[in-house]
Design a protein around this ligand. Structure first.
Ligand code: PLP
Length: 425
């Protein structure tokens, strides 16, 4: 197989013609497939159904500290749920605030609190002329949507194989209007990047100009390994930050959304004592307490970290073949032709495909024409602007393996066709 870059114009023209014919045949099939949804498939959700049986009308709904779970009370979560969440991210349960059903909600609230009320007595961001956030790219679109919503200026930070480019981060935080950074340190959305020890250490040692600068450490995929024998681990950011007296610089987030049920999981925020007190002093106006019965349900079902890990391995067995099929197909059809790059993830929910520069929009549009929905072009970037128009997020978990295989074949045909056209243009 020849690289497109090594083909003559005639060879490229012949390739384009045959791909166009293939594309027309695919279009005639009237497919309706979707590789855009970063959510668990039905089979994964089935695994957690017994969780719904651990509570019934006969269950004694009491926390270990005697609290009646059916009634109001406990702003920061029942102790046993704090322990469960703490075990996921390997921190002291004292550092945990068990939130509601969504970590994204807790991140939004954190930005909102900083914006309207200020962090730990600092000037509310809404009163400042300019507030900026650092955004490692490609990243999670909903993070960027939150900061955009609050009118916070977003600055792209490039990603490497081992996390954000720390030289760029260290330089950027010298600006006092830079107040935060979005990070997904393990199996990042969408590239599956795992931050190296050096990256975590450099984050922990940051010396930002703004005292209310915070790292938004979204450990959404902390337990989402694809393999039993090849699991990434990252350094504990709080342990590292302590060495520099920097514990107050970090908010860590996680949830059980893609462990139990998205929308019906439990979320957790981990923070220093000072930050937790600050959060609670504001949260108390927002709620009397979150859903303690759901917290109890999760503890009764998963019991501990070992229970969560065992459950996640059952999920991995379901989704691993989907990731591997995609990886194999891209390795066979795309890599030898020199028309795209991607990283083989060891966990998380996505594969991030990097097409030839200037091709992503066209690939996504042509996939749509052929009946395959992909995540919108530019989504993994602030303001939906992909500077190279090359990144496409692929979400393999939701469709069945059969549907995904069919969709992936369409995708590679379209990538080849659009790359060919680009090179001929
Ligand atoms: N953080 C990241 C990086 C995600 O990819 C997602 C969902 O895709 C979320 C957070 C959402 O989490 P939750 O369901 O807990 O709000």
């Amino acid at each position: 197989m020849k690289k497109y870059q090594e083909m003559t114009r005639e060879e490229l023209l012949a390739e384009q013609q045959s791909l166009q014919a293939e594309f027309d045949k695919i279009k005639a099939k009237g497919l309706s497939l979707d590789m855009s949804r970063g959510k668990p498939g039905t089979e994964q959700l089935e695994l957690a159904m017994p969780m719904l049986d651990v509570v019934n009308s006969k269950t004694v709904l009491k926390s270990e500290n005697g609290t009646d779970l059916r009634n109001y009370g406990i702003l920061d979560g029942i102790p046993e749920a704090k322990r469960l969440i703490a075990s996921m991210i390997d921190v002291d349960p004292e550092m945990i605030l068990v939130y509601g059903n969504s970590s994204l909600n807790s991140m939004y609230d954190q930005v909102a609190r900083a914006y309207y009320e200020g962090i730990c007595g600092h000037t509310p961001w809404c009163k400042l002329e300019k507030v900026k956030f650092l955004c490692p790219v490609p990243g999670y679109d909903r993070h960027f949507a939150i900061t955009e919503h609050f009118g916070i200026e977003m600055i792209n930070i490039d990603m490497n194989d081992d996390g954000p480019l720390m030289d760029q981060v260290e330089e950027a935080v010298k600006d006092p209007s830079v107040k935060g950074i979005w990070c997904v340190p393990k199996y990042s959305n969408p590239e599956g990047v795992v931050y190296s020890d050096e990256t975590v250490r450099r984050f922990a040692a940051l010396k930002p100009a703004a005292e209310d600068f915070r790292i938004f450490w979204d450990n959404a995929y902390v337990v989402h390994h694809l393999y039993e024998d090849e699991q990434a681990e990252i350094l504990n950011i709080f342990d590292e930050a302590k060495k520099y007296g920097n514990e107050d610089m970090i908010f860590e987030f996680c949830s059980t959304s893609k462990v139990s049920f998205p929308g019906s999981g439990i979320a957790g925020v981990a923070a220093s004592k000072k930050n937790l007190e600050d959060i609670k002093s504001q949260l108390t106006y927002q709620t009397i307490g979150f859903d303690k019965i759901n917290q109890y349900r999760h503890v009764a079902f998963f019991k501990d970290r070992a229970g969560i890990d065992a459950h996640m391995m059952k999920q991995a067995a379901i989704i691993r073949p989907k990731f591997e099929m995609l990886n194999d197909l891209l390795s066979e059809e795309i890599a030898p032709r020199g028309i795209g790059n991607w990283k083989k993830p060891l966990g998380g929910y996505f594969i991030s495909f990097e097409a030839l520069q200037g091709c992503a929009k066209e690939i996504i549009a042509k996939c749509k024409e052929a009946g395959v929905t992909m995540t919108g072009a530019g989504s993994p970037f602030p303001y939906k602007k992909d500077p190279k128009d090359s990144v496409i997020r692929i979400a393999p978990t939701y469709p069945s393996l059969e549907e995904l295989t069919e969709a992936a074949k369409v995708f590679v045909t379209v990538v080849r066709l659009v790359s060919c056209e680009k090179m001929l243009a």
